[in-house]
Design a protein around this ligand. Structure first.
Ligand code: GUN
Length: 295
């Protein structure tokens, strides 16, 4: 079994991004990323903090809008519109999920698609589906694809099962893998909670991408001997043996699945760091396309 070191791969990519940012800065363009978080969800705050920290560390201009849970739809839209109009901001991200009273779809629709570094705007969703190279691709599936490429895992002709059908991971992941080209050309099955004979379907996978959002859902009997497993899950579960009283686990029961795998990603230290690296990468792309900023 080969452990795919997402942290190390992400660090390498971040160094390339750091160099790209320095080069843009020498031409008077400082890539700017704005991250908006609404409400008090601790996991969302943790993610936003590491996005802000990485962007600053790589030399970007960073804007964080931390808004209370009582924020209205109109207030949030006003912030998005102001960021659309801000020439120092090239990438805008509104952390998901927002509080229940917010219409997330309308917020995403309001983001300028040229600044949509999350790849959630319908224009970018359509471009990903069409295999258009100018798309902003959602960071988590882009990171998973890059992990496969960097680890020398061939996707062409492979049977890939994507477990989960979310707009953030499952659906765009399926498009990336079935599109033509490097990291694509796979035969893709999208499975989910309603899939009949789920274990059997998963056992058909040469590459299994677990993004179902349930702790340790994928058991050993769902994985073929010699399969590659990419674990997208980040679930906090109770752990009385740890000082914190909790720990992070993926969507895969790692201890029982890992011995069967040709390669597998750990949680933490697998997909998570790649998501952030791809966000930084997308923001550099946005800055290159939009061009000159005054800062
Ligand atoms: N919540 C979980 N993953 C993501 C992501 O990639 N982007 C945003 N905006 N919210 C998320």
């Amino acid at each position: 079994m080969n452990l795919i070191d997402g942290k190390a791969i992400a660090q390498r990519i971040n160094e390339e991004t750091r160099a790209a940012i320095a080069e843009l800065k020498s031409r008077g363009i400082t890539p700017g990323l704005a991250v908006v978080v609404v409400g008090d969800d601790p996991a969302s705050h943790a993610y936003v903090k590491s996005k802000e920290k990485t962007s600053l560390d790589l030399g970007m201009h960073s804007v964080k809008r931390d808004m209370p849970a009582t924020t209205t739809q109109e207030e949030l839209l006003a912030v998005v519109r102001a960021l659309n109009a801000d020439p120092a901001v090239h990438g805008i991200l509104v952390q998901s999920p927002p509080p229940k009273h917010i219409d997330e779809r309308a917020v995403v629709d309001a983001i300028d698609p040229r600044k949509d570094v999350d790849g959630f705007h319908p224009i970018n969703v359509a471009k990903v589906a069409m295999g258009d190279a100018s798309a902003f691709v959602p960071c988590t599936p882009l990171g998973c694809q890059r992990l496969l490429i960097e680890s020398g895992i061939e996707t062409s002709g492979a049977n890939v099962v994507v477990l989960g059908r979310s707009m953030i991971v499952g659906k765009p992941m399926a498009f990336l893998l079935m599109n033509k080209g490097r990291g694509g050309d796979a035969t893709v099955t999208v499975a989910h909670s309603r899939t009949r004979n789920l274990a059997e379907v998963c056992r058909g996978a040469d590459i299994l991408i677990a993004a179902i959002g349930q702790p340790e859902f994928v058991k050993a009997d769902m994985v073929k001997e010699g399969a590659v497993v990419i674990d997208v899950g980040i679930n906090r579960v109770a752990d009385p043996t740890s000082a914190k009283g909790s720990k992070l686990v993926g969507d895969v029961a790692f201890a029982e699945v890992a011995p069967k795998c040709r390669a597998i990603t750990p949680v933490p230290g697998g997909v998570g760091p790649m998501t952030i690296a791809m966000l930084m990468h997308n923001t550099v792309l946005a800055a290159r396309r939009i061009g000159i900023s005054p800062k």
